[in-house]
Design a protein around this ligand. Structure first.
Ligand code: HGY
Ligand code: MN
Ligand code: MN
Length: 407
């Protein structure tokens, strides 16, 4: 059975246009107008293929293959459709539309195998609205509950409950995991490994864990012109030293695997002629070993406290979120390796520095992840791209795993 690669690429190119920042990458936050347009685009294709459609209270979508039977266990594939700000045209949507393409191909071939098939579209994976990654899958797995509808707020203070305008979270938002045989997420690598080594398929061993803290450094605001350098308590200068110290400490990791990023910052009062009074920034540390994440985070936070004390600034630290690394299912990994060998595909078993919804599902359903190369290893930027043949190879490989080694 062969997917329709041209159709997949044309779907990806159609959906790329649903962005708030045309000409500057794809910006498509969950619950936005463009998010709704992509949803409608996908649901329209699903309807024409006679698929069942179910959208849950937080916006996760499940599409069921027309001839799924109640007695079959299900193989579910999918990813997300939301993006970061000025992101790329493939992150998330590639796995979602590839799963749709697999489903259309199975339907056109009147496939009826051992297992049924579903496509899942996870809501709010990037956390662009509320700063919490994998939000949709955290509701599906019960990590998040009704109270989180009020806890999760966007920068304007609007809560997720207000976005969804729901009174209470229905109990059936948590999946009946016994229904499922396996879950697969196909995704672009978003890093340099496969592209650099010219390998078309990545088979994922572990998805990195990640701990994020929010740090507020407070100094003394003052006049930028009249305040002598020797009398300043500049919050931004102190914060800059803090961020550089995080980079230095983590860059010394002997395995050269741990990563630290300060990606979001607000400055108060943020005027060119005022010495910054306070600065709030996020700091996230990721690794495949939770103990390394914690030991580096504690080391960095100690150093940040020292820097602020030296500069007579105060510092407050708020734990924002934490997710442990997840080793994906070994049996599923072996089945994917066997499929790659049978298809004479070069592959590489590797870890994922990016987090993914598959990591949330993995404790409940045997889960596998497949990567395709990212050109120059870049992602979360307008440059994000993958060769057409690699996009098609990845989706075909997903179909071959499902209809081959999984049978
Ligand atoms: O941050 C991540 O790793 C994912 O792209 N949300
Ligand atoms: Mn993604
Ligand atoms: Mn992403």
């Amino acid at each position: 059975m062969v997917i329709n690669g041209e159709r997949l690429i044309s779907h990806l190119k159609d959906v790329r246009e649903f962005t708030d920042t045309p000409g500057n990458g794809v910006t498509r936050f969950s619950y936005s107008e463009n998010d709704s347009k992509v949803r409608e685009y996908i649901l329209d294709k699903a309807r024409s293929a006679g698929c069942s459609i179910e959208t849950d209270a937080v916006g996760n979508i499940r599409l069921g293959l027309k001839n799924n039977t109640d007695s079959q266990k299900i193989i579910v594939c999918g990813s997300h459709i939301d993006t970061v700000r000025n992101g790329g045209w493939l992150d998330g949507i590639y796995g979602s539309l590839s799963s749709l393409e697999v489903m259309l191909t199975l339907s056109e071939n009147s496939y009826s195998g051992r297992y049924g098939f579903e496509t899942v579209i996870f809501a709010e994976e990037e956390g662009s609205n509320f700063g919490s990654t994998m939000t949709g899958s955290k509701f599906i797995t019960g990590i998040y509950g009704d109270e989180d509808l009020d806890r999760l707020k966007d920068d304007s203070g609007r809560t997720l409950r207000e976005y969804l305008s729901i009174d209470s979270l229905p109990d059936d938002i948590i999946w009946d995991f016994d229904r499922y045989r396996a879950m697969f997420e196909l995704h672009i690598e978003q890093g340099p490994v496969l592209d650099r080594e010219n390998i078309p398929i990545g088979i994922i061993n572990a998805v990195f864990g990640m701990r994020t803290v929010e740090i507020t450094v407070t100094g003394v605001g003052n006049h930028a012109g009249a305040t002598p350098m020797s009398e300043r308590f500049d919050a931004l200068s102190a914060a800059a030293l803090c961020i550089l110290s995080a980079e230095k400490i983590v860059s010394e990791d002997p395995d050269r695997r741990t990563v630290a990023t300060a990606g979001k910052m607000s400055i108060s009062p943020n005027c060119s002629n005022v010495i910054p009074e306070s600065v709030t920034f996020t700091l996230e540390i990721r690794d495949s070993d939770i103990h390394k994440i914690d030991s580096y985070m504690e080391k960095v936070l100690d150093e940040i406290r020292n820097i602020c004390a030296d500069r007579k600034c105060t510092v407050s630290i708020r734990e924002h979120s934490k997710g442990a690394p997840v080793i994906l299912n070994e049996d599923i990994r072996k089945r994917m390796i066997k499929t790659a060998q049978k298809k004479n595909l070069t592959y590489k078993v590797m870890d994922s520095g990016a987090v993914h919804d598959a990591a949330m599902i993995a404790p409940h359903i045997d889960t596998g992840m497949i990567f395709v190369p990212s050109i120059e290893g870049r992602s979360h930027v307008p440059f994000e791209d993958t060769k057409t043949e690699d996009l098609v190879t990845g989706a075909q490989f997903l179909l071959d795993v499902i209809t081959g080694e999984m049978e």
